[in-house]
Design a protein around this ligand. Structure first.
Ligand SMILES: [Zn+2]
Length: 317
């Protein structure tokens, strides 16, 4: 409502209901704060540290995507934010709606606390996000408010519609964040961020290309500890779980916990193997050979195109 407050006289007119036409005009000029988000802070100040924002469609996607690299950045004092573009309220086989959204939000807030990053869950229903103008504004505002140097998301070719459209929305913002009169309620970025895609296994229309690979061996244990907080997704299996998957008895639970930890570790070990060539480019043959766990990223064509040196400054590990 800040825009209306700037015009107290018109406000009074509107308050007395004088002129529906005038009201319509004013509505179009008001800052259109997305209803799916609480009032957000203005653009974050620049303190010389990197500012990274990582998007995922559900309360767990940005966490897997950020994971070790987010913790590495955070430990060096850089500012990382993880965003879920939906509230995850159908992401379980047994419960749904508000109670599930609250549970999942609690889980990712705790993951964020452990990784040392900021977390936000946008209140859009799980399974229902679309690449609309209003959602483009929400994503643009999030990137601008964070004053991001680096934006990370998944690629748009993906099995889940929420993943696809979240990626499209981030791509749609990759230029608009610099356009002053798009969403003028949050100042446009002077410098377009570098947009990166996290790795995936999809082959069509083109396979993932690792432009950056990060050794996360030094943070793998606390990272796994943090991710395993998301019991509703990892232990209970999310939307594809079933009764008995996370048993009631202590022995069964312990077995399941060990199994999911092994699987998760295996995922990051698989990245180290798949993207060994990129690790060699970043760390040299000697060190790259010894890396057990890694994450990899591809530079998106739509944001600022970083030089090799700039990429190394953005991943100063
Ligand atoms: Zn997801």
């Amino acid at each position: 409502m800040k825009g209306l407050m700037r015009f107290p006289a018109l406000n009074v007119l509107l308050a007395f209901g004088l002129g529906a036409v005038l009201g319509t005009v004013m509505r179009d000029q008001r800052p259109q704060v997305g209803l799916a988000r609480a009032a957000a802070p203005a653009q974050a100040p620049a303190d010389g540290k990197l500012r990274i924002i990582i998007f995922g469609a559900h309360p767990d996607d940005a966490e897997y995507r950020g994971a070790g690299v987010a913790m590495k950045w955070a430990k060096m004092g850089h500012h990382v934010k993880l965003v879920s573009t939906t509230n995850g309220d159908i992401g379980h086989w047994q419960i749904a709606g508000g109670p599930l959204a609250l549970r999942r939000k609690k889980e990712v807030m705790e993951v964020g606390r452990r990784l040392g990053v900021t977390t936000e869950v946008v209140d859009i229903h799980d399974g229902e996000i679309l690449p609309t103008l209003e959602n483009r504004r929400i994503i643009t505002r999030l990137i601008r408010e964070w004053n991001a140097d680096i934006v990370i998301a998944n690629r748009p070719n993906d099995y889940h519609p929420d993943h696809r459209y979240t990626s499209i929305l981030v791509q749609d913002s990759a230029y608009m964040v610099t356009v002053p009169f798009f969403c003028p309620d949050v100042p446009a970025l002077k410098k377009n961020p570098v947009f990166l895609y996290a790795s995936d296994h999809f082959q069509r229309p083109n396979p993932f290309r690792a432009d950056v690979a990060v050794d996360i061996d030094d943070v793998i244990e606390p990272t796994l500890d943090a991710l395993l907080v998301m019991e509703s997704q990892i232990h209970e299996g999310g939307a594809n779980g079933y009764p008995g998957l996370y048993p009631e008895d202590q022995t069964g639970r312990q077995r399941r916990r060990e199994e999911v930890r092994r699987d998760l570790a295996g995922r990051y070990a698989g990245y180290a193997d798949s993207y060994r060539d990129a690790l060699v480019k970043f760390y040299g043959q000697e060190r790259a050979r010894k890396v057990h766990y890694a994450q990899a990223f591809e530079v998106c064509e739509y944001g600022r195109q970083p030089s090799r040196d700039e990429l190394k400054q953005m991943f100063p590990f």
